[in-house]
Ligand binder design. Structure first.
Ligand code: SF4
Length: 301
């Protein structure tokens, strides 16, 4: 049986056809949504920041952090990056990434609130004693605040802030908690921490042992359902606009005027960053936690 991840489960839940393209047919696609591109660059720079902190016992300057981001952006930019929201250009998204980093830097400086144990750490663990249902995930940052007290940190760069209640039932970080508890034998307490960088908001939550037991049971049931599926029906939605397979899927639900979402040639290279957008979009972007929308594609396994 395949090793599952939160993204793999979410892909099936959101649209079984997309799951089929990605995980059954393993269709290759060069298309990359700009939201995912921004998220990757921000995650990489924050990973570097914590490595720097460990090596030099002090953080890099904010100027160094932003310069690194701009440099990586230019190096890694490619012409298959797709922008769905036509009202924004590449400069807008580059500025959004810079703003996320600046918000995080200013809120965390001097980065000594807790001990960072690991960054971009892969956890792999079974959900059942027999090891039939296996999970894998990458934790953005693991921190220790005292003996036996750990935190699972997750960075979000999207422009959608879910309602607070959502964090009480979030699956992704709760699964990471299970992985953490099986990796570090001294774990006694775990706090789940989301950093919504665009909003400069930090959200915290905890899970009881009973909640984790229920989560394991539900996750195993979902995996069993996927493993025994013989059909993968399309589930068109607004998220089709961000789907990597929208150009091959006959059921893609796209606005009439929608092209492939790729930017015009003259806009294909990023320029100097503009000022960050002052306000959130009129309607939320796709939920990047529970769907294979823009940001969740960062951690596809
Ligand atoms: S384009 Fe829409 S319906 Fe087709 S696979 Fe993607 S999400 Fe599913």
């Amino acid at each position: 049986m395949a090793v599952y991840s939160h993204s793999r489960l979410s892909s099936y839940e959101n649209c079984p056809r997309q799951f089929e393209y990605r995980y059954v047919q393993k269709l290759e696609t060069e298309r990359e949504g700009i939201e995912a591109f921004v998220g990757k660059r921000v995650h990489e720079v924050l990973e570097r920041l914590y490595h720097h902190l460990r090596r030099h016992a002090r953080p890099p300057s904010l100027r160094q952090v932003l310069e690194r981001f701009n440099k990586d952006w230019g190096i890694l930019w490619h012409d298959k990056i797709a922008i769905v929201r036509k009202e924004h250009d590449t400069d807008h998204y580059q500025a959004q990434g810079r703003s996320c980093l600046e918000n995080y830097y200013r809120s965390q400086y001097p980065f000594d609130q807790e001990e960072t144990v690991a960054v971009e750490h892969t956890v792999q663990f079974p959900l059942d004693p027999a090891g039939r249902y296996r999970m894998r995930g990458i934790i953005d940052r693991i921190a220790r605040t005292g003996p036996g007290a750990y935190e699972v940190h997750d960075y979000k760069t999207g422009r959608y802030l879910p309602p607070t209640a959502r964090f009480e039932t979030d699956r992704q970080l709760a699964l990471y908690q299970i992985g953490l508890e099986r990796t570090y034998p001294d774990v006694e307490r775990v706090e789940l921490v989301w950093h919504y960088l665009h909003f400069n908001r930090t959200i915290r939550s905890r899970r009881s042992p009973e909640q984790l037991d229920t989560l394991q049971t539900q996750t195993m049931a979902r995996i069993e359902e996927i493993e025994t599926a013989s059909e993968y029906p399309a589930k068109p939605s607004r998220l089709c606009e961000w789907c990597d397979y929208r150009d091959v899927c006959p059921d893609a639900k796209l606005p009439k005027e929608a092209s492939s979402g790729l930017p015009p040639a003259e806009a294909a290279r990023p320029g100097t960053a503009a000022e960050p957008a002052a306000s959130a979009p009129a309607e939320p972007e796709p939920d990047s936690d529970s769907t294979p929308g823009p940001e969740s594609q960062l951690r596809l396994i």
